[in-house]
Structures are given as C-alpha cells and as structure tokens.
Design a protein around this ligand. Structure first.
Ligand code: ADP
Ligand code: ZN
Ligand code: ZN
Length: 737
C-alpha cells in the first residue's frame, strides 16, 4: 500500500503530493488524514506530512519509493471531508495544499486530558468516628480536620481539601497508606465557559410577529428539504439573535448541531449567556485567547456530540460535528470574517460551500449587510428575510447631523458641536449613559510641519508615525519608535505638531469639561490584557461610568439599555481610507454605532459630527436607510467595475530589491494580460510601498467570473514556480480584496 502525502512545508515548489510506502508495521495505523514522519530529500531528513490518499498503485518504480518512518499518533488527524474542503480552499483562495490543510485543522496537537482528584472515605462513618478519637489523642490536628470533614461529606474534591482545609500531601498520603481514605482521579474536558447560576434562568422570549415569520420561513424550508442561504436583514435591535436561537432549537431537537460565527470582538460573556440561557451546557465557545488544551477539548467534545452549539470566530467553521445541521454568521458584513493570512479565505463562501455539501441551511445576519450579500439576495441566490422594527418596546433613535465646518465658522473650536455638548449635559443630569465613538487610536494622529508640510514618517515603512503620550512617535506597522520632535527636521520651524484628537485626548477633554462625570475608555491600549475588553464593558453595563469613550470596539457586543446618547465625533475619518470599501465601511460603522442608542425603553438620540454631511454614506446612515445606501453604492461599483459586479484578483509582488520587483511584476502583468481577456491594472506601488525594508507592488486583474480568476491564478502560479526571475520575489494572491 502507498500513501500520497502533502509535506508540512509551505512552498510553491513543493506544493504537490509525494508517494511513500506504508510498511507492514504501520498498515493498521496509517489512515487517510494521519500525520506521519517521512524521510525527505537527498539527505533523508525526517519531516512531517499529511496522508491525503492511500492506494495500491505505485506512481514510480517500487524500489524508488521510500518507507513512511512512523505515524504521529499524538497529532490530530484530518477527516476526509476536511481534505476535500482543503482542496476547495486551495483552489478558490490561492494557497498551497499544506496551508489549506492547516486551515481546516485549527487544532494540531492532541493535548492530554485534565484530571480532577478527589478524596473518598474508605471506612464507615462509625469506624471513622472511632479512628478520629485516636488521632485526637495523638494530637494529629490535620488528620482530625480531614476525617471530620469526610464524615460530613464522604467525597471531597482535592482542591477543597488543599485550599479550604489546609491539608498537606503528606497527611493525605499517610491516611491513604492506612487504608482510611482513597484518592481517585477523574478525567474531564476543559470547558471555557465556567458554570454559572445565571445559566439556569431560562429566559425564553416570545418572538414577535416579524421574528416568528422569519424563523418559520427557515424551519419550513428545512422540513421540506429546501436548503438555502438566508440573508436576515434586521435593523439594529430587531432581535436577530432570537431568530437564530429559535431555529437552532429545532436543529438540536432533530439531534443535529449548529455552528454560530460571531466576530471575536463581539464574543462577550453577555452574548454567550443568551445561548446558555437557552441551551445550557450544550453550548461551547472557541476564541483566540484559549489554551491549546481548551481548544483541543472543544474539538473532542464536538466530535463526541457532547456539545450541540459552538460559538466562535471564522475558524469555528471547521468544528468536527458528527451531524451538522446549521451555520449562522452573525454580523456577516464584518471584515474580520476574511482571513488576513494565506489562504485569505472569507468565512461566508466557505460556510456556503460546506452547507451545500451537507445539505443544510446558512443564515447570514446583519443590520448593514455587505454589498456582496445584498446583491446576491437581490439576484435570488440568497433568500432575503427582513426585520423592519426593533423588538420589544425599543424604537430607533433620532439622529442629528452636525456640520463641523459651520461650527468653526460660528466660533466653536471644540471637538464637540454645540448640540452634542448640550445633550451630554442633559444626559449627565438625567443619569443616563453616553457613548462617544472615534475611530482612531493614540493621543494624536500624524505629526506635520505647518511651515513646510513635512510629515514625520517611519524610516523603514512609507507611513506616518503616530504620537503617543509617552512622548514617543511610533510606527504601527513595524513597531519602530523614536522621541517626538519639537523642531522640524526639514526646515527648522517650531510649528510642528499633531493634528487630530485620539481617544486619550478625548478622555482628558471630557474630564476637563465635565469634571463630575465618570469616564471609561476602550481602545487598543486599554484592552491589551486578557479580558480587558470584557471588563470595561462589564463596568459600563453596571453603570460604573456615565460615559464610554472608544474606537470601533465599542460598536459591537453589549446591549446597554441605559445608553440614550451616542456621539460620533468624527464621522469622516474612515471615509478616505483609500480602498473601494471605504464608503461601505463608513456607512456600517455609523449605522451600527447609532444603533447602540435607545435599546431599552428610553428613546435614544445620536449626533453625527462631520465635515462632509452631503456624502451619501453619511446621509443614508443618518436616515437609517440601508436600501438607499445600497442603491447608490452598487451604482458606483457598476460604474467603476468593483466587486460584486466584477471580480478582482489582487496580486502583491514583494522583494527587498526594487530591480527584481520591477522585473517580476512586469512579467506577471504581461502574462496576465494575455489570459482570458481580463483587464489588468498596474503594477503600481502598494499603499505602503516599503515595510520593514521590503518593497511591494500590486497588480489587479478584473474579470466578471470568479472561476476565470481562479484559472488565471493557477496559470500564474505555475509560471512563477521554478522561474529563476522570481527567486528573490514573493507573490501573494488575494481575491476581491
Ligand atoms: P439584534 O441582534 O438584531 O441587534 P438582539 O437579538 O440583540 O437584536 O435583540 C435586541 C434586544 O431586544 C435584546 O435585549 C433582546 O433580548 C430583546 N428582544 C429580542 N426579541 C424580543 C422579543 N420578541 N420581545 C422582547 N424583547 C426582545
Ligand atoms: Zn518644516
Ligand atoms: Zn515602520
């Protein structure tokens, strides 16, 4: 028997299968999906590989085929449907097979189980009482303490005995030797969600009419074996989660399991709690802060059917459930659903691909669907379900747009408009809560000279340095830092300073303007530590502060019923980010942050401050008009030929040598131009031309059909592999970036 093996080295030149012989002693051990050690190359160095097929047909003369050295039984194997999925990912998102395999097995190593030790009384209570009399006489205080406790409770956890009763190991050993007690060990799975009394309150909510219709549409389709992708477009606070819960309940009742994707930042205790209230310990989570052991145990628990719902970021898609019945992608428009490393896959098409194979439904939910999804829903590829109203008694907030240019003309130099100032005072008086949103970190933005226009930049990256209030200028790409400057290095002028306010500056300003208000700040700096994000949200939910200032992080996650005012301090900041999605991202941020206001019984108000109130992203967000936004945006994309109208393959070519870079990128452009009448743009310098002394250029290839682009990718990839002109150059592919 022979095994086709993908080796665990991600290099284009090695991106194919290698055939090995399965020796007799490994016949029963090596399976499709196994990880094995194999001698590789001329030196027969031992390396790891994945067995992706087993055949009895040799592709080479048998005496040329080497033996597998051993099978790595402590590594997680790959199920055969996952191998097929990896092939599909490799083809559709441009990666090596090794990278694709790594993607579909998010847990690599098996981790030994956790153990819980307990102490059991081995004698009868009566005997124990008599024994204890003798220990008392001998003044063995520790023994007496332990036996007394065991007379009350014949089985005690070791943790309690150690920490509460203060009993040492030697005491336990002595009693065990005397056959009075026994130490037992029980293996158990790590559970990232700690049991909590709150889980026991089953807070089932009666669905309103809109929600019920939404849930019924999906459930009826499933009953009648129609498996669709649904786009659940519901305004903020319309109760989309309740619809998911209702459909998931049906899935669980059928003995099947559900995967729920939530952007990691929104995966808070409060969110998980809603699932726990409904399904108890059948629910588990995955997140990037969990240990290897915790992740591995969730893998096992799902494989064994111990849990029925997994909630997590995009990698949760690869949870090995025995009988998957539903995939939900909440906040489907979120950028975090696209991987930022190769393969740059997007969770949405992967979920839909998995669902098609398994014949199950997918629910995509959002208040601000991505333009792609809404377009596909309009074309009839997805089934559109709309929730127009907020659930319960909540109503949509009132939104004001404040033109900051006029504020300046009227002599208001503050970062807060007059209206925002008076509403802040009003809410502080009423003891209601306020959220202020700014999409920028640090104390100030870039540093520039008002005399000559010089901007302080990183010497390694073509990007402006950011001032932090520790007196340093920092590069957010490579981490370079230097002291701040007081004199312009170009012209010697002393008028060199930062412009825009960041969250820290905003916090200090509020402290000055409203000295009695309690302020919390949430940004990259205050949430660096594990649980930092959660803690701030928890404090704000408990009304320990009046005002929460933050970056886009505050937009998601918690439901704060006492927030009745949301201020968006500089709505335009994300508008000129230099990519075609900027208007979409701005609309989504504005709508989602406005949606934080008035989620309880009290009506909310929102102030959007802007220098361009006439921009359609801002106008339609102010009117909470998704359809209006979609229509303008899709018209713009049609005009300029952007996704989802046209598909795009972005090729990034990088090298430390500008000369090699120029040559290689021109070669690729020429080759691409001759393929399948595509439109080829570039090569042009990347947004940031130089990072860590590596130069990059980008080429965009546009084609109406995605499948044509995957063929073009395969053609270019084959051209690059083994081509000496590309020896010092790396080429990366990204679809619809
Ligand atoms: P979305 O995900 O659409 O923003 P959520 O599912 O978080 O909305 O619901 C918003 C709030 O409305 C939550 O506090 C939720 O408990 C409440 N809610 C949802 N559905 C109902 C309902 N049918 N009746 C009363 N309250 C509801
Ligand atoms: Zn200057
Ligand atoms: Zn840098």
């Amino acid at each position: 028997m022979f095994a086709d093996i993908i080796i665990d080295i991600s290099h284009e030149q090695l991106d194919r299968t290698f055939q090995y012989n399965i020796p007799d002693n490994l016949r029963d051990i090596v399976k499709i999906g196994s990880q094995v050690r194999i001698p590789f190359g001329r030196g027969n160095k031992l390396i790891t590989g994945y067995v992706i097929d087993i055949t009895n047909k040799a592709n080479y003369p048998v005496d040329k085929i080497k033996d597998i050295e051993s099978c790595l039984e402590d590594r997680v194997g790959i199920a055969s449907d996952m191998i097929n999925l990896a092939y599909w990912i490799k083809k559709n998102f441009a990666s090596t097979m090794n990278q694709a395999l790594k993607t579909v097995i998010p847990v690599k190593d098996k981790v030994g189980p956790k153990e819980k030790k307990s102490v059991v009384l081995k004698v009868t209570k009566e005997e124990a009482v008599i024994l204890n009399e003798t220990y008392k006489k001998k003044n063995s205080k520790a023994k007496v303490r332990l036996i007394e406790a065991l007379i009350e409770e014949p089985v005690l956890e070791m943790e309690i005995i150690r920490n509460k009763l203060n009993i040492s190991t030697s005491t336990i050993n002595l009693l065990e030797k005397d056959n009075v007690i026994e130490v037992t060990t029980k293996k158990y799975y790590r559970n990232p969600v700690k049991d909590n009394d709150a889980f026991k309150k089953n807070k089932a909510i009666v669905l309103n009419k809109e929600q019920e219709e939404a849930a019924n549409t999906i459930k009826k389709d499933v009953e009648e074996q129609r498996y669709n992708t649904y786009l659940l477009h519901g305004v903020t606070g319309s109760g989309k989660t309740e619809v998911y819960l209702d459909v998931i309940k049906e899935v669980i009742d059928e003995g099947k399991q559900a995967i729920v994707l939530i952007p990691e930042i929104a995966l808070t205790f409060q969110t998980v709690l809603r699932f726990y209230h409904r399904f108890g310990s059948k629910v588990s989570i995955l997140n990037s802060k969990m240990s290897k052991g915790e992740r591995y145990d969730q893998f096992l628990r799902s494989m064994k059917g111990e849990i029925s719902v997994i909630i997590g970021p995009r990698s949760a898609l690869f949870t090995p459930f025995p009988n998957l019945g539903l995939i939900v992608i909440d906040e489907e428009h979120e950028g975090a659903y696209k991987s930022d490393k190769t393969p740059r896959y997007h969770a949405r098409p992967v979920a839909i691909h998995i669902a098609k194979n398994k014949q199950i439904p997918v629910i995509l939910g959002s208040a601000t669907p991505s333009i792609e999804s809404y377009e596909l829903a309009k074309r009839g590829e997805y089934k559109l379900i709309t929730l127009n109203n907020r659930a319960g008694n909540a109503t949509l907030p009132k939104i004001y747009v404040e033109d900051m240019r006029r504020e300046l003309q009227m002599g208001n130099r503050s970062v807060f408009s007059k209206r925002l100032q008076s509403l802040i005072v009003d809410r502080l008086e009423k003891k209601q809560q306020i959220m202020l949103f700014l999409n920028k970190r640090g104390v100030a933005g870039f540093i520039s000279c008002r005399s000559c226009g010089h901007v302080m930049k990183c010497p390694h990256c073509d990007i402006s340095l950011t001032a932090h209030n520790n007196g340093k200028l920092m590069c957010h790409y490579c981490g370079y830092e230097q002291p701040n400057v007081t004199i312009c290095p170009e012209c010697g002028s002393k008028y060199i300073a930062g412009f825009r306010a960041g969250t820290q500056a905003l916090e200090s300003l509020i402290n000055k303007m409203y000295p009695t208000a309690k302020v919390l700040r949430m940004d990259m700096d205050t949430t660096k530590n594990k649980g930092g994000h959660e803690k701030i949200l928890e404090q704000f939910a408990n009304h320990e502060a009046d005002i929460l200032v933050g970056t886009q992080m505050i937009v998601k996650g918690h439901d704060f019923p006492d927030v009745t005012l949301v201020g968006i301090v500089a709505a335009d900041m994300s508008l000129y980010a230099g990519d075609y999605r900027a208007p979409e991202v701005t609309f989504q941020l504005l709508t989602q942050s406005a949606g934080r206001a008035g989620r309880g019984n009290k009506k909310g108000e929102v102030v959007i401050q802007t220098y361009t109130p006439e921009h359609y992203s801002i106008e339609t967000a102010a009117n909470q008009d998704y359809i209006g936004f979609y229509e303008q945006e899709i018209a713009y994309r049609k005009l300029l030929g952007y996704p989802p109208i046209i598909n795009m393959l972005k090729i990034t070519v990088s090298s430390a040598s500008e000369e090699a870079l120029d040559e290689a990128s021109n070669l690729l452009k020429d080759r691409a131009s001759n393929l399948d009448n595509s439109i080829v743009l570039g090569p042009s310098k990347a947004n940031i031309y130089k990072i860590n002394d590596i130069f990059s250029k980008v080429i965009y290839i546009r084609n109406k059909e995605y499948d044509k682009l995957t063929l073009i990718y395969e053609n270019l990839d084959a051209y690059v592999v083994g081509n000496p002109k590309f020896r010092n150059v790396s080429v990366n592919y990204d679809f619809n970036a």
